[in-house]
Design a protein around this ligand. Structure first.
Ligand code: NAP
Length: 286
């Protein structure tokens, strides 16, 4: 099963990463054992890209991830994030060390600035480079960065340094297709879409016209609308997605979305049902 999951190069890295991974925001709010089972089920099915953050449950999500990946660290592409309020030159290094401790590991595969805050971007990037030199992170990236922020990061760091930009991307919120995806593809930066199901309760209703289109395509593939959404969101050469599932059945379903192939006609029907819309004045984020 795991070999069937689609993988692609993660931005400038030599690593091949599964396109459908696992998010962990608010996973600590669910039954702990079920949440760990869900993550482990996902890993067993090949969803080895795991996203967490120091912010999630004030570190409790990272502790749950540590338990779920125990004994399997080398199989995992592990990502965490520094809060903007900690992202000073020294604070970034200290925050990373705390995350490593909670995650019970000696390194992160990628470390992200969660969103832009009060500290100079150059300070955060210097700290990322220091962490890289020390082997505590293997790469770094950003999150919730629009085109102008990406230009600024690129001007500071140079080409080939920004591994990814993690941004909001689901069927009803496709704003990143205007400028962020083209920018990232031009500069070999991976695009990791978050909240692929519109987060809590945001998935298209089955009774809506667009929801019915999705259901029809799902029926034609013997799949679920959620799986179709994951396949649609990972159709670009640069895109990854990180659905969160605290329920093991959801995790198993999501893995199927990682190897579903949609036809050009399917893509056109989804595009028509969930139109791109105009470019908003600022990048939407949760
Ligand atoms: P999401 O993945 O869009 O949706 C999660 C919800 O969908 C949960 O209620 C989950 O239920 C349900 N679900 C999962 N798989 C399902 C399936 N196959 N069928 C039906 N329902 C399913 O929400 P998200 O947590 O907002 O986004 C995903 C991840 O992106 C986060 O966990 C986090 O890692 C990341 N994120 C990053 C940022 C950022 O600023 N960088 C912001 C938001 C999120 P159960 O939990 O009960 O299984």
């Amino acid at each position: 099963m795991s070999e069937k999951l689609a993988k692609r190069r993660f931005g400038p890295l030599n690593a091949e990463v599964v396109t459908v991974g696992q998010g962990t925001w608010e996973i600590e709010a669910s039954d702990r054992r079920e949440a760990i089972k869900a993550l482990q089920k996902g890993i067993a099915l090949g969803m080895t890209h795991i996203d967490t953050a120091e912010m999630y449950g004030a570190g409790r999500s990272e502790e749950i991830v540590a338990e779920a990946i125990a004994g399997k660290r080398d199989e995992i592409f592990l990502v965490s994030k520094v809060l903007p309020s900690n992202a000073s030159r020294k604070g970034t290094v200290a925050a990373c060390e705390k995350s490593l401790k909670r995650l019970k590991t000696d390194r992160l595969d990628c470390y992200l600035l969660h969103w832009r805050g009060q500290y100079k971007l150059s300070d955060t990037i210097e700290a990322f480079e220091e962490l890289k030199l020390a082997g505590k992170i293997l790469s770094w990236g950003v999150s919730n960065f629009d085109e102008e922020d990406l230009d600024e990061a690129l001007a500071i760091a140079g080409e080939g340094k920004i591994a990814c930009n993690q941004v909001l991307y689901h069927l009803k919120e496709r704003a990143i297709e205007h400028a962020v995806i083209p920018w990232c593809e031009k500069h070999s930066v991976a695009v990791v879409g978050y909240s692929p199901f519109g987060s809590r309760g945001g998935f298209p209703s089955a009774s809506s016209a667009a929801g019915k289109v999705l259901q029809k395509i799902a029926d034609e593939h013997s799949a679920t609308p959620y799986q179709i959404a994951l396949a649609f969101l990972t159709r670009h050469e640069s895109t990854f997605t990180i659905p969160k599932a605290a329920n093991p059945k959801h995790a198993a379903d999501n893995a199927v979305g990682g190897h579903l192939k949609l036809t050009d006609e399917d893509l056109q029907r989804i595009d028509g049902a969930f139109p791109l819309g105009r470019r908003p004045s600022s990048l939407p984020m949760i």
